[in-house]
Design a protein around this ligand. Structure first.
Ligand code: FES
Length: 64
């Protein structure tokens, strides 16, 4: 699904950028240009980012 229409960025591209180490909106903007034009995709990109970071955190082994 396209998240950023201005730059043609999909949720899959955002997720793989996060898998490759991006952890902030700024890093995603530098890497994929999301949010750097009209800004309408910022909310949606943040949602994808937060969801993915939660999934990564939940997959980590818990330190008891
Ligand atoms: S839709 Fe992403 S900057 Fe316009």
């Amino acid at each position: 699904m396209f998240i950023c229409i201005c730059h043609g960025v999909t949720d899959t591209q955002i997720e793989s950028a996060i898998d490759n180490g991006a952890e902030t909106m700024k890093q995603l903007t530098q890497e994929l240009k999301v949010g750097s034009q009209c800004g309408k995709c910022c909310q949606c990109t943040k949602r994808v980012l937060n969801k993915k970071l939660m999934q990564i955190a939940e997959a980590q082994p818990q330190v008891a």
